[in-house]
Design a protein around this ligand. Structure first.
Ligand SMILES: [Zn+2]
Length: 140
C-alpha cells in the first residue's frame, strides 16, 4: 500500500526522521507551525521556512473521545473511531505544536515528558493509499 501525507507542506515526507515544516519571521524571530506567509506578531511578510525540532516536551493534553467535526476531520467515524490523545508539545525555543499523540492512556502521559515526532496511519483514501499524519510519541 502506498503512503501519502495528509497534506503537503506540513512535514518532510518520506523520511526516516520526519520533521515538521514551520516558518520563522526574519524581522522578530517568532516561529509558527504550520508555516505562514506573514507574521502573526509583527505582520512582516519576511518569513523563512524552518525545519522544527523533532523532540519537545508535553505541555498540555487531553483525550479525543469522539470524532471531531467533519469537515475538516476526515478520519474514521462510528465503530471505526478509536479515541486518541491530543495535546500541545512545546519545541524548545520554537513553538507549541497542536498535535495528535500516539498515546491516550492517562497513566502513560504526563505534563513535561519528552516527546518525539513520528508519522502514523490516519485513514485510507479513495485510491487505496494509506494517508499518514504526524503525531508525537513518548520517548522511552
Ligand atoms: Zn514577526
Amino acid at each position: 500500500m502506498a503512503q501519502v501525507p495528509v497534506a503537503e507542506g506540513l512535514f518532510t515526507f518520506p523520511s526516516d526522521e520526519p520533521q515538521l515544516i514551520g516558518s520563522r519571521c526574519t524581522a522578530c524571530g517568532i516561529v509558527t507551525f504550520p508555516a505562514q506567509g506573514s507574521c502573526p506578531r509583527c505582520a512582516s511578510t519576511e518569513m523563512s521556512e524552518q525545519m522544527l525540532a523533532r523532540r519537545g516536551r508535553l505541555w498540555a493534553w487531553t483525550t479525543q473521545d469522539f470524532p471531531p467535526p467533519s469537515p475538516p476531520y476526515r478520519g474514521p467515524v462510528g465503530k471505526a473511531f478509536v479515541p486518541f490523545g491530543v495535546g500541545y508539545v512545546e519545541l524548545p525555543g520554537e513553538v507549541k505544536v497542536e498535535t495528535r499523540l500516539t498515546e491516550s492512556d492517562p497513566d502513560v502521559l504526563a505534563i513535561g515528558m519528552e516527546m518525539e515526532l513520528t508519522l502514523v496511519p490516519f485513514r485510507t483514501d479513495d485510491d487505496g493509499n494509506e494517508v499518514v499524519t504526524f503525531a508525537f510519541r513518548p520517548v522511552s
